[in-house]
Design a protein around this ligand. Structure first.
Ligand code: ATP
Ligand code: MG
Length: 285
């Protein structure tokens, strides 16, 4: 098989974003419901639609050459696969939560208790490391209702906003692991597939960089240009175009999303006016 086989979640919290990422990388594929695999019409990949739990195993065994999956699954399954790149979506954490009315006294609270989870391996490693003896009740879904129905005293589950815990009368007390989606690959793929994977990775990074940065245009007095250039390190150095009005220029650069508001304040202080901020679709460094 010459195509790189890449596994993504069939349906769930990773699936839409995974499909979108491949599409943003310019990879076209048909997307019918109930389809288990499909071949791209314009890039040498075959896409397999799987349960996220199975992705690490399939990638280790070479059934798939690569996959998009949560770090939590990679950690839980403990398979010998390579984490190639963090993807920045499906951010969540694996946490311990207890009934809201309980007073939390620290990790010792869990001593002798029963904890429901879909992550027995990560949980037992955590308990062992912290010298806590607790019983693990493995269940495959709807973990958060376990204390309410008397199945367990606490849960170890995926949290993002915490609203699911809240509606089930639970409070988060310890974060065990932080997670986001990652690109994983088999450790022994052919040279040809490695090249395809590198090409895919190049595109993924361009999409990711674009999301992490904004294009910024602003007007400024000529005398502030140096100061403003320092605030906007950009890709190389800013583009500067003269304005009709004497002594003024238009300055173009990129700004990182994460410290965007701080930079804007600094720019205003430095004399910038008419600031426009525009999303970038692809960014190749
Ligand atoms: P499958 O049927 O494929 O086994 P699932 O029900 O086990 O699906 P999902 O709930 O779709 O799994 O979650 C898939 C992954 O998405 C999780 O392993 C985690 O990495 C991430 N995830 C889960 N919940 C959230 C959340 N609330 N916010 C962000 N990411 C999440
Ligand atoms: Mg699953």
């Amino acid at each position: 098989m010459k195509e790189l086989k890449i596994a993504i979640q069939k349906s769930g919290r990773l699936s839409e974003h995974s499909r979108r990422l491949l599409e943003e990388c310019g990879i076209k594929f048909s997307n019918g419901a109930g389809v288990l695999k499909t071949t791209s019409t314009n890039f040498p990949v075959e896409i397999l639609f799987l349960r996220d739990d199975d992705i690490p195993q399939y990638v280790e065994q070479g059934v798939a050459d690569a996959g998009l999956v949560g770090e939590n699954m990679v950690e839980e399954k403990g398979r010998d696969i390579k984490v190639v790149e963090k993807l920045g979506f499906a951010r969540c954490r694996l946490s311990l939560a207890i009934p809201r009315e309980e007073e939390f006294t620290g990790p010792d609270w869990f001593e002798g208790r029963k904890i429901a989870t879909s992550y027995p391996s990560i949980l037992s490693a955590y308990l062992k490391k912290n010298n806590i003896k607790a019983e693990i009740e493995e269940i495959s879904g709807s973990v958060e209702i376990a204390p309410g129905i008397g199945l367990a005293d606490a849960v170890c589950d995926i949290v993002s906003s915490g609203s699911t815990l809240l509606t089930n009368g639970l409070k988060e007390v310890i974060t065990i692991l932080k997670s986001q989606a990652v690109l994983v690959s088999n450790r022994n793929i052919s040279e040809k597939k490695t090249r395809t994977l590198e090409k895919l990775l190049f595109r993924i990074r361009a999409v990711k960089n674009a999301k992490e940065n904004k294009y910024i245009l602003l007007n400024a007095p000529e005398k502030s240009v140096e100061k403003i250039s320092e605030i906007l390190p950009g890709m190389k150095s800013p583009t500067i175009l003269p304005l009709m009005e004497k002594g003024w220029v238009s300055l173009h650069s990129v700004v990182r999303e994460d410290d965007f508001w701080e930079r804007i304040d600094m720019l205003k202080e430095a004399g910038a006016e008419g600031i426009l901020v525009i999303p970038i679709e692809k960014m190749i460094k």
